[in-house]
Design a protein around this ligand. Sequence first.
Ligand SMILES: *Cc1c(COP(=O)(O)O)cnc(C)c1O
Length: 397
Amino acid sequence: MESKLALHGGKPVRQSLLPYGRQWIDEEDIAAVVAVLRSDWLTTGPMVTRLEQAFAGMVGTREAVVVSSGTAALHAAMYALDIGPGDEVIVPAMTFAATANCVVFQGGRPVFADVDPETLLLTPEQAEARISPRTKAIIAVDYAGQACDYDALQAIADRHGVPLVADACHALGGRYKGRPVGSLAVLNTFSLHPVKHITSGEGGVITTSDATLAARMRRFRNHGITTDHHQRATAGSWFYEMVDLGYNYRLTDLQCALALSQLRKLPTWVERRQAIARRYDTAFASLPAIQPLRVRPEVSHAYHLYVIRLDLSQLKGTRAEIFAALRAEGIGVNVHYIPVHLHPYYRQHFATRPGMCPVAEAAYEQILSLPLFPRMQEREIDEVIAAVTKVVQAYGV
Ligand SMILES: *Cc1c(COP(=O)(O)O)cnc(C)c1O
């Protein structure tokens, strides 16, 4: 293998950029969408209930509510729990902005908690340290696809009388102590964006066994109206009442049919993600400057992301330089995430600042997400390993 970095004019490991995540659509998926196009119901039709039942059945909850995005799912969860002005909701600093934004949509205040240095998951101790008399909920994030310690988090939530919500957007298909992700908190949210485990283009789901919360969220996704178009058509009635302020957060039947078709492939796709992660684990065991996140024995990791930490004491470059070198080699590495409290919006409106979550802030300087998606070819996995090895050797001290 050529050792001169592509960044410095050498031959890249691969020509085109391998993305960090990518959907997989087959002919069966396309046929499912086309069938809906030929049907009477493009939205608010029978596919919505079918997807909801399939999702609830898969994670083992009584209910699932589908909405137009993972962000809408989080918003619906905050609405269902009555989060409002003056309320605080604890969220981890290491997550996508939407986990915190959903609190702000409802007029509440996200309170950022720090994460474990080895897993980057919200720790029960950090969550408890941020509880105040105004705390109305805790949102745990299954970062990278590894379920949080839900037994410990639930014990804290119970002790303080606040509900626990799981932002499980990374962890569809994962398990904790044998229990499926999606059944671990009172409300559990998922995203159906193309980089996630399965897709409907855009889409989101909340799973719950609380029928009252499910009913509230179904009303919320439909303008706060008590019945939907399909129910009125079936009953032959025109009457409806708007009882609260809601949104149009509906998912179309086209999208539900696509997600339903994709859902059948989820178990084999999660296995494939796990197999790729094992290849990376094995390859990086001999590169001390590369430290994968720790995986706890009680979880089955769903691997939305494969995140490595760079031990910068063993490397001459910064994360930004290593990032650029890997991109030049054709590897579409990414960074998940800039800690949310460091974004200008939160600094300006919620007076957050560096130093508030030191573990997340330090991790942010070290992390890279490597390409990981079920359709990856063996050759592409080899290329990622070759490029990481080449770059780490070039920057080695
Ligand atoms: C993807 C994601 C979301 C938002 O999902 P969208 O479908 O893009 O709105 C929320 N939280 C986390 C942790 C995510 O990864």
